[in-house]
Write a protein that binds this ligand. Structure first.
Ligand code: C2E
Ligand code: CA
Ligand code: CA
Ligand code: CA
Length: 278
């Protein structure tokens, strides 16, 4: 047996590969971190392009383990496999709503906080009730809390997801389709889901300033969203040329390193007055 984390014993059994052992160690450390509520949130600005107004913040999970940040692309799937998503989601939602209520106090304009919710959680028993309780306890305004759900997630169990989305909207909680355009949804399915907005995946923006075909594609995706009446947030804006194109195409909201990197909660208040858009 090998010690790992605070007080967790990971047992090594014959036939286990090194990779499996490492995965097992990381999983056990993550379990301890979730129990101790040490997975934290960073917040990245979502900016209204014409005004520089901060329209919202996306909450992104952060886990520091043995002096390093483990990427969420690694620990979120690990949490899923370890059965930790329910506890982690509840914890992060609570933290996000506490911050949201604090930042919104005394502010006239609506501030939104977007929280990523794994597919398994959206349709988990009790999820909508948990969210209803959060909204009530924190006195959140309608539309202030937005849940981001990936396409793959929403369409895995369409009926259950649709029911959850309808109930969430009734509570005044927004639902945004994350990674829009990456590939799972048919337009018919999209049409059936009462969404509040879509987030265009950053892969659509990656080469728009160098490849005219990519720019036309982005244009088409933006037009489609506009036609069906869905506000768009464009993700992954890193260069001024991408920003200028988005503006020219009439995109209203964007997010990306050029506009602001994810920051810890204590660094958010100065952003609330708006962002200087390049
Ligand atoms: P996502 O929801 O698509 O989040 C956007 C990711 O793009 C974030 O990565 C963000 O830091 C990064 N990003 C933002 N602007 C830029 C940019 O200009 N350029 C580039 N290259 N990247 C940019 P992050 O924080 O590493 O998160 C990765 C993914 O992990 C997220 O993708 C989301 O799917 C998942 N995730 C993060 N936090 C949570 C969470 O609390 N719950 C769940 N279920 N998933 C989460
Ligand atoms: Ca997201
Ligand atoms: Ca995304
Ligand atoms: Ca993504």
């Amino acid at each position: 047996a090998k010690r790992s984390g605070k007080d967790t014993i990971v047992s090594w059994s014959a036939g286990m590969s090194l990779a499996e052992l490492e995965d097992e160690e990381l999983r056990s450390a993550l379990r301890t971190a979730v129990e101790d509520r040490r997975v934290r949130l960073a917040f990245q600005p979502i900016v209204e392009l014409t005004t520089g107004r901060l329209s919202g913040l996306e909450a992104l999970a952060r886990w520091r383990h043995e002096g390093r940040d483990v990427p969420p692309d690694v620990f979120i799937p690990l949490a899923e496999r370890a059965g930790l998503m329910g506890a982690l989601t509840a914890d992060l939602l609570e933290a996000a709503c506490t911050r949201l209520a604090g930042w919104s106090a005394g502010r006239d304009e609506l501030l939104t906080v977007h929280v990523n919710v794994a597919p398994s959680q959206l349709v988990a028993p009790g999820f909508v009730t948990t969210v209803a309780d959060l909204v009530r306890r924190h006195g959140l305004r309608r539309g202030a809390l937005v849940l981001e759900i990936t396409e793959s997630g929403i369409f895995a169990d369409l009926d259950a997801a649709q029911t959850a989305v309808v109930e969430l909207r009734r509570l005044g909680v927004g639902v945004s389709l994350d990674d829009f355009g990456v590939g799972y949804s048919s337009l018919a399915q999209l049409n059936a889901m009462p969404l509040d907005s879509v987030k265009i995946d950053r892969s659509f923006l990656a080469r728009v300033d160098s490849d005219p075909r990519q720019a036309r594609f982005l244009h088409a995706v933006l037009r489609l969203a506009e036609e069906i009446g869905l506000p768009v947030v464009a993700e992954g804006v890193e260069r001024p040329a991408q920003l200028h194109l988005l503006r020219a195409l009439g995109c209203q909201h964007a997010q990306g390193y050029l506009l602001g990197r994810p920051v810890e909660a204590d660094a958010v208040p100065p952003l609330l007055d708006g962002i200087a858009v390049p």
